[in-house]
Design a protein around this ligand. Structure first.
Ligand code: UDP
Ligand code: MG
Length: 164
């Protein structure tokens, strides 16, 4: 079957982006969405949900041995919503990570999302898939039900997508 993260390196590539509870509490949802929209990426999935412990633990499964894991899961399951999204477009996985900036706020360049809005590694407002494999896993986990993602063609597609 077709990968849920699209085809890597094409305009159909998809990534999972989530605004974490601190980003929602701080009123940064619109600003984050605007950056992806204005860059030219296409929104194909969006929902607000307060994730269960099980979902948060599965999402961060690769970090379960780390000392900050319990705190990370608590933060993600505070009861405040997470804004879960799927964005589509050329190289969106790598570009999304570049737009988000480094995990450690000391290393996240000014102008990146974290570099503009964060000073703590434990309150860094946003998540983005770090590889095609992660995107495949995370989109499946958060948007696994049929019909949750929308296939559509933006009216301005020819003004955004071309290699000439
Ligand atoms: N994290 C933390 N303390 C740390 C390192 C990471 O609380 O010392 C949290 C932080 O929210 C980070 C998340 O764990 O975004 C996932 O860590 P990862 O290394 O995968 O960073 P990311 O992919 O989010 O940049
Ligand atoms: Mg990560």
């Amino acid at each position: 079957s077709k990968p849920i993260a699209g085809v890597k390196g094409t305009f159909s590539e998809r990534t999972f982006i989530a605004i974490k509870p601190d980003g929602v509490q701080r009123g940064l949802v619109g600003k984050v969405i605007s950056r992806f929209e204005e860059r030219g990426y296409k929104l194909v999935g969006l929902k607000a949900l307060a994730p269960s412990k099980e979902l948060a633990e599965k999402h961060y499964d690769d970090l379960k041995a780390r000392p900050f894991f319990a705190g990370l899961v608590n933060y993600m399951t505070s009861g405040t919503p997470v804004i879960a999204m799927v964005w589509e477009g050329k190289d969106v996985i790598k570009q999304g990570r570049a737009m988000i900036g480094a995990t450690n706020p000391l290393e996240s360049a000014p102008g990146t999302i974290r570099g503009q809005y964060c000073i703590s590694v434990g309150r860094n407002i946003i998540h983005g898939s770090d590889s095609f494999e992660s995107a495949e896993k995370e989109i499946g986990l958060w948007f696994g039900k049929a019909g949750e993602l929308v296939e559509w063609t933006p009216a301005n597609v020819d003004w955004i997508q071309s290699d000439n």
